[in-house]
Structures are given as C-alpha cells and as structure tokens.
Design a binder for this molecule. Structure first.
Ligand SMILES: [Zn+2]
Length: 121
C-alpha cells in the first residue's frame, strides 16, 4: 500500500533524515547499516526507515503509532525494513483480516447471499 504523505508533517523529510543521522545511519534495534546487503542473502540493500512507536507521553497519556505528527524523539526509531515490519506486523495482520472480511462480504452481497461475516472489528 502506498504511503499517504498527507498524514505526515510537512517537515517529515527533514525529521526522518535527522533521526537516521542521530542513529548513526544504522538500525537502532539490530544495528545493521543503511545500504548494507540484505542479511537474508536476497538481492537488495538495507533501507533505513523511521518508525512511529506510539510511545506514551511524559504525563502518562498513551501514544498513538498512527499519529504521524508525533515527532518526539522517544516516539521515533530509525529501523531497517525487517525490524520495522516486525514492529508493525500485528497491524498488518489485522489490516489483512479486515480486507479479507470486506472482500468476502462484498462477494456475498453481489451473489445475493446473507451476510454471515459480521461487521469488521
Ligand atoms: Zn533492524
């Protein structure tokens, strides 16, 4: 799915670059360098991205990883593709589940069948 840049602050490119520079241009979790060959042996290189963790605020208010305007340092991590995907995996699984349910519902409706799939959570 393409990134919806309208959800990000206009300064995002600069913020992202700054976070990656602060991180020493390497993944803050596994340490692999930006541009290194993929450790899996597959073709391609490591590309650092910046993840929004949804870190809580100092006053205890929960953070929200979907708030792309939350550019607090404690909320952002420079991560390689593998670490970023691993962090976002539960969300990807949930989105895939919702997509499957919506698709089955649309198929059932177009076939004139009763909706047995329920509302997506
Ligand atoms: Zn990593």
């Amino acid at each position: 799915m393409p990134v919806d840049w309208s959800r990000y602050p206009t300064s995002w490119k600069k913020v992202s670059l700054t976070i990656r520079r602060i991180a020493g241009n390497q993944c803050e979790w596994c340490g692999i360098a930006n541009g290194a060959p993929l450790p899996s042996g597959r073709a391609g290189k490591v590309v650092l991205t910046v993840a929004h963790l949804g870190a809580p605020y100092a006053d205890g208010t929960p953070g929200n990883c979907h708030d792309k305007h939350d550019i607090r340092r404690e909320n952002l991590r420079a991560l390689c593709q593998a670490c970023h995907l691993r962090y976002d995996l539960p969300e990807h699984i949930e989105n895939a589940r919702r997509t499957r349910i919506a698709k089955k519902r649309a198929e059932a409706q177009s076939a004139g069948q009763l909706d047995l799939w329920g509302q997506p959570a």
